[in-house]
Design a protein around this ligand. Structure first.
Ligand code: MN
Length: 234
């Protein structure tokens, strides 16, 4: 081997070594199972400056991936989880065998909540509600007041959870849920929801949950929220 060949080999080995950790980090091993980690639909940095790229990457590739992996792990203990529609499972957790109920609540709930959340954000689109959702929000006092109520629900959620704008009994309402509980089990249909777990904001905002919530409204996909409203009232 001459010097040039040796150098080429060395360069190849170095670039492989550089590549290996990146690949390992980007690809979370996916255990066989019915639940899949959905793609974000936009780049990790697409929601900057409101949500930073590192938070998005860890939140999606690590936290959400863990809920998916754990949910798939539960199928071995309760095979019906693979064949029952996810919203049916989450709407009535009393039908879930007690041995796996907490796991289903946390991990299948976490998977559902985060899938909803990624779709509810976008770097583009209208910056405020339109159509029927706008009318309903206006009837509730307008967007500034409604977003303030959602933020208050997020601020008063002690520890980890979510704040939601939902349709319940045909009317808009604001609720919050603990941990990875979904609005589905309360009979509510979510229009929009915001993750107030520290993992959703801590790298950029640290203890300033109020600032995160304020910034988060700039990321809302109002087309998706409008579609959620239509589905909830249809
Ligand atoms: Mn989260």
């Amino acid at each position: 081997m001459d010097r040039r060949q040796g150098l080429k080999l060395l360069t190849g080995a170095l670039s492989l070594a550089a590549l290996a950790p990146a690949r390992a980090f980007a690809q979370t091993p996916a255990p066989a199972g019915p639940f899949k980690l959905p793609a974000l639909g936009y780049a990790n940095d697409a929601l900057e400056p409101h949500i930073d790229a590192t938070t998005m990457m860890i939140h999606h590739d690590k936290h959400h991936a863990a809920y998916v992996a754990n949910a798939n792990g539960l199928v071995a203990k309760w095979p019906e989880l693979a064949t029952t529609p996810i919203e049916t499972v989450l709407a009535d957790l009393s039908k879930v065998p007690e041995a796996v109920r907490a796991g289903v609540r946390n991990n299948v709930g976490g998977h559902w909540n985060h899938t909803f959340f990624w779709e509810l954000m976008t770097p583009g689109g209208p910056k405020e509600p339109t159509g029927e959702l706008k009318s309903a929000i206006d009837a509730m006092g307008g967007l500034p007041g409604v977003s303030e109520k959602v933020n208050a629900a997020g601020m008063s959620r002690f520890g980890s959870g979510w704040a939601w704008l939902v349709v319940k009994g045909g009317k808009l309402d604001v609720i919050s849920t603990a941990n990875q509980d979904t609005p589905l089990e309360t009979g509510a249909k979510p229009v929009l929801g915001v993750d107030v777990w520290e993992h959703a904001y801590y790298l950029k905002y640290q203890n300033r949950r109020a600032d995160y919530l304020k910034g988060w409204w700039n990321t809302v996909n109002w087309d998706k929220a409008g579609a959620n409203f239509k589905k909830a009232t249809g």
